[in-house]
Design a protein around this ligand. Structure first.
Ligand SMILES: NC(=O)c1ccc[n+]([C@@H]2O[C@H](COP(=O)([O-])OP(=O)(O)OC[C@H]3O[C@@H](n4cnc5c(N)ncnc54)[C@H](OP(=O)(O)O)[C@@H]3O)[C@@H](O)[C@H]2O)c1
Length: 303
């Protein structure tokens, strides 16, 4: 098994790579994607109430013929359809066609209503009722986790957050805060350096490492994310890539490879901060000059 299991703070274990259904749409094609992912070796499917394709994921899981205990299912409460958390998990279980999920997450702190302690107490009840083996959160930041751990009877098992080479440095305090309480971080969108931010400083080490290891850039990014000890949540519609993702668990990245990607990621983040600063300064100057022009036209002396 190239991707190991990671132990959670409630005694269960989670497969360290997940196949996500967020962008897979609906219908038979979606069932086929999940079906293929399971057939190439994904044992963890990550879905959500908000993705609107739990039914397709459930169908593929049933068609795979795998015993329930051999597939790990994560779904999330996404605050849709005016359902309470209790109603939403029942709806998700029905859509997925299972009696329990392995991990149930609050998709975002904004869905923890009326407040985090109250919503979390409901999550604790769902776990006690056996509707989910583990409970966790997603997109929680340190202040949200602080509120949570101060009121929780059961600490969250996981926090699913965005982790990629360009934001890893800024996410590190959150990951370390989680570690302090045994909260495993799950990193989604690990391929952002090639999907949404190509052309940045990570490209150079990524291409060099990929050529040396005869691997695809996406495999190197997944292996880099794995090296951080997080659960990697990724996706693809292409069978060849699915196979590559599973094989990436065995990619022999060196300490130097990981450091080179870390460094390039930090450099990219600094460039991004500088660009944001300049953009804001330009907008501020433009607003000021319009205001001055307007004031002049109206005969108001504001200087
Ligand atoms: N909790 C949350 O709020 C949250 C938010 C976002 C995502 N997620 C979870 O994380 C999962 C993965 O998210 P993601 O899709 O953003 O992750 P990702 O793994 O960063 O990106 C997956 C995408 O990368 C593309 N890709 C792979 N290799 C590529 C290459 N060499 N060049 C260009 N494109 C390439 C794939 O396209 P092809 O299909 O063409 O291969 C696929 O669309 C989601 O499905 C969801 O389960 C959770």
């Amino acid at each position: 098994m190239p991707w190991e299991l990671i132990k959670l703070n409630d005694g269960t274990s989670i497969p360290s790579v997940a196949y996500g259904t967020w962008t897979l749409g609906n219908g038979d094609q979606t069932v086929n994607y999940v079906d293929e992912a399971i057939s190439v070796g994904f044992a963890h499917i990550d879905t959500a109430q908000g993705y609107r394709n739990e039914e397709e994921a459930g169908k593929a899981i049933r068609e795979s013929g795998l015993a329930r205990k051999d597939i790990y299912i994560t779904t999330k409460f996404s605050g849709r359809d005016e359902l309470t958390i209790e109603e939403a998990i029942q709806s998700s279980l029905k859509n997925l066609g299972v009696d329990y999920v392995d991990l149930y997450l609050i998709h975002s702190p904004r869905y923890a209503q009326p407040d985090i302690p109250t919503a979390w107490a409901v999550m604790e009840r769902l776990k006690a009722q056996g509707l989910t083996k583990s409970i966790g959160v997603s997109n929680f930041e340190i202040p949200h986790l602080e509120i949570l751990v101060n009121s929780a009877k059961v600490y969250p098992a996981a926090n699913q957050i965005q982790i990629h080479a360009y934001n890893f440095h800024s996410q590190l305090p959150l990951i370390e805060f989680g570690n302090k309480y045994g909260i495993v971080s799950e990193g989604y969108s690990p391929l952002i350096p090639i999907t949404r931010m190509p052309g940045g400083p990570v490209d150079k080490p990524l291409n060099e490492i990929s050529s040396r290891l005869n691997a695809k850039p996406e495999q190197v990014l997944l292996a880099w994310a794995k090296s951080k000890g997080v659960v990697v949540v990724t996706s693809t519609t292409k069978k060849e890539r699915m196979e590559g993702y599973i094989a990436a668990g065995d990619l022999p990245l060196t300490v130097e490879d990981i450091a080179a990607i870390d460094e390039a990621g930090k450099q990219g983040a600094r460039q991004q901060t500088a660009r944001t600063f300049i953009r804001r300064a330009v907008v501020a100057c433009a607003v000021a000059s319009v205001a001055l022009g307007l004031a002049g036209a109206l005969g108001i002396d504001i200087l």
